[in-house]
Design a protein around this ligand. Structure first.
Ligand SMILES: [Zn+2]
Length: 282
């Protein structure tokens, strides 16, 4: 990615705040507004027929096609596993993850796509971008998504000393707290590169498990939106952690068909913390 100048900031005090992913959905609860993800209902432009037996649906979602159900699953996890590349759930749950943002255009566009389908995702943000675009981080959190720590400068951590790694984590955590009032609960190393010793240190010092992935469409190589979609649909499995980058416009272009394709195959979207909190997860 294109590197930007890093802003110099005074480090703020750490504020003890609840974790970011108590995903109490603000939308009207109940199954009334949820089209079952396992159904084969195609995205429809037909007007909804209103009759005596028609259940209420919030207006914002009328004619939106497939939509993730409200997933008020627990997000508190307490396992001792330091690294995860997938969830152990046998339920058809997937966690979409988006790295390297927030980006001033692509991330809001992606948020619109997610909101239209009631999909909650996890954003591994770069601390420098958080300080540049704090309002977008606030929107991410306000719309029920989870924020993860993706370092401040996006350097390869394997070449850094322990104190530098800690500084990367701390500065990013501080930036996220300042921007949105929540603390990240997991981290993802740039390029997936992190030594075992470093993972253990980060786990003990910050309580962050290291989150890798089980599905990688290589979207950063910009293979084209349809290729990104087909790679994700082909690779998806129960408990998948899917890697993508909201930094890249073609990746965001691929998301409507990717989301709709996963929904039509019966997958449901949850956040990384919710995936880790699933029963059976170490
Ligand atoms: Zn990255």
């Amino acid at each position: 990615m294109k590197r930007r100048k890093i802003l110099k900031l005074s480090s703020g005090a750490i504020i003890a705040l609840p974790a970011c992913s108590a995903k109490k959905d603000q939308l009207t609860p109940s199954v009334a507004n949820a089209i079952p993800a396992s159904s084969n209902v195609a995205a429809s432009t037909q007007p909804v027929k209103v009759g005596a037996n028609t259940q209420y649906r919030p207006p914002a979602y009328v004619n939106q096609g497939l939509r993730n159900p409200n997933m008020n699953l627990p997000s508190q996890f307490s396992g001792k596993t330091v690294s995860h590349s997938r969830g152990l759930s046998t339920n058809p749950y997937v966690a979409m993850t988006f790295d390297d943002g927030p980006h001033p255009q692509n991330t809001p566009r992606l948020l619109d796509m997610l909101r239209a389908r009631n999909i909650k995702a996890t954003f591994y943000v770069i601390g420098g971008n958080v300080d540049r675009y704090p309002h977008i981080v606030r929107r991410i959190v306000a719309e029920g998504h989870e924020i993860g720590n993706h370092t401040y400068t996006h350097r390869k951590l394997t070449s850094l000393g322990d104190s530098e790694v800690s500084k990367e984590m701390r500065r990013t955590e501080d930036a996220i707290v300042r921007a949105a009032g929540v603390k990240p609960r997991t981290m993802r190393p740039p390029y997936g590169a992190l030594l075992t010793r470093q993972r253990n240190n980060i786990f003990s010092n910050f309580n962050y498990p290291t989150i890798l992935w089980s599905v990688d469409p290589n979207d950063w190589k910009r293979p084209g939106a349809s290729v990104v979609t087909s790679r994700i649909l082909k690779g998806a499995h129960n408990g998948a952690i899917i890697l993508a980058h909201d930094l890249h416009a073609p990746t965001v272009d691929a998301m409507p068909k990717t989301f709709d394709g996963l929904l039509s195959r019966g997958f449901q979207f949850i956040t990384v913390s919710q995936l880790l909190a699933q029963k059976g997860q170490a």
